[in-house]
Design a binder for this molecule. Structure first.
Ligand SMILES: Nc1ncnc2c1ncn2[C@@H]1O[C@H](COP(=O)(O)OP(=O)(O)OP(=O)(O)O)[C@@H](O)[C@H]1O
Ligand SMILES: [Mg+2]
Length: 310
């Protein structure tokens, strides 16, 4: 079974505003509220793929209650720790006339150390060998940036495979504990390596370099250019599929969900590449943080072309 962790969840409030203007009164044409945060998004997509996951994390206040109810209703298993304060609200303003997506993200509440320890006990409680643990997204300001490093280290000792999707210090420190799989995008890879990465050859070389640090699988997501899937002895480029783009928000989460699902199901590397590229692409066809349907994912999967790179 897959476990996902969301240390800084959010209530995603998506507002559709035509001709959105700063410094003016704007009229909202539709409002949508979703339980969000990277780990929660991953759990939602695993459910759509027909898999099972349990969502872990920290919730606070009324927004926290809303998220808990949302997950229960969606029949996504969950076990959250409750802390003081209020889970953040992330505002997403979509303007379909001007084709803009504006995100206004709150920082989230202060989370004390004892709550993190309580969460740690839940995450690792009765976890079986070969389980898949997804560590993704940002963390509260009060939490140390070596948190994912520590949890990857603990997971490895229990033979649990970690899928890591984060950036900055979290990623830099996290990879030192040798997670099973990482899924940076180009910006995250460049930040990690401290240099520009340009052209396919450089991307392949850089991803292979990361394997040498003990990571089993590197998935480099390339937005509309698809993704590179690299493991020892095999490199695949899933070419981008052209679709009608509504919102690219959460494309990476969709891809991570499919990768975790593929690992848990024991799928081949090729199948994992095609499915996760399709899941990421299917996401960009929906607006806001709405997850794509299984039908959409499957129809796109048929269009994904895999290039095997020597
Ligand atoms: N514009 C697009 N057209 C087609 N496919 C896309 C597009 N954007 C993303 N994808 C698909 O989704 C995958 C993940 O997208 P991307 O590289 O943007 O991830 P990300 O930057 O991590 O996103 P996130 O904002 O969720 O963190 C890509 O590898 C690709 O397969
Ligand atoms: Mg991402």
């Amino acid at each position: 079974m897959i476990r996902t962790v969301t240390l800084n969840p959010a209530l995603d409030k998506t507002l559709e505003i035509n001709n959105f203007e700063i410094d003016d009164v704007n009229r909202v044409s539709s409002v949508r509220i979703d339980a969000g945060g990277k780990g929660i998004n991953v759990s939602k997509l695993i459910k759509i793929l027909g898999g099972r996951s349990k969502a872990f994390g920290i919730l606070s206040g009324r927004n926290g209650d809303y998220i808990k109810e949302y997950l229960d209703k969606a029949e996504i298993e969950n076990d959250f720790v409750y802390a003081e304060g209020e889970t953040r609200t992330n505002l997403k303003i979509i303007d379909s006339i001007r084709h803009t997506n504006t995100d206004i993200n709150e920082p989230g509440p202060y989370v004390p150390y004892d709550k993190i320890k309580e969460l740690e006990r839940k995450i690792f409680g009765a976890i079986g060998e070969n389980a898949v643990l997804v560590l993704s997204g940002s963390i509260p300001k009060s939490v140390s940036t070596d948190i994912y490093y520590r949890w990857i280290d603990m997971a490895k000792k229990l033979k649990v495979r970690v899928v890591l999707d984060c950036d900055g210090e979290l990623l830099k420190k996290g990879i030192k504990a040798e997670p099973y799989l990482i899924k940076p995008n180009i910006n995250e890879l460049e930040e990690l390596l401290g240099r520009k990465v340009s052209g396919m050859d450089d991307m392949i070389k850089s991803a292979r370099e990361l394997l040498r640090s003990g990571i089993e699988v590197v998935v480099l997501s390339l937005g509309s250019d698809g993704a590179l899937f690299v493991k020892d002895g095999c490199t695949i480029h899933a070419k981008g599929v052209r679709v009608d783009v509504k919102s690219t928000v959460g494309a990476g989460d969709s891809m991570v969900a499919a990768l975790a699902f593929a690992l848990d199901e024991g799928m081949s590397f090729e199948k994992a590449a095609a499915l996760s590229a399709a899941a990421g692409t299917a996401k960009v066809t929906t607006s806001g943080s709405q997850p794509p349907s299984m039908d959409k994912i499957m129809s796109i999967e048929r269009l994904v072309k895999l290039d095997y790179i020597k």
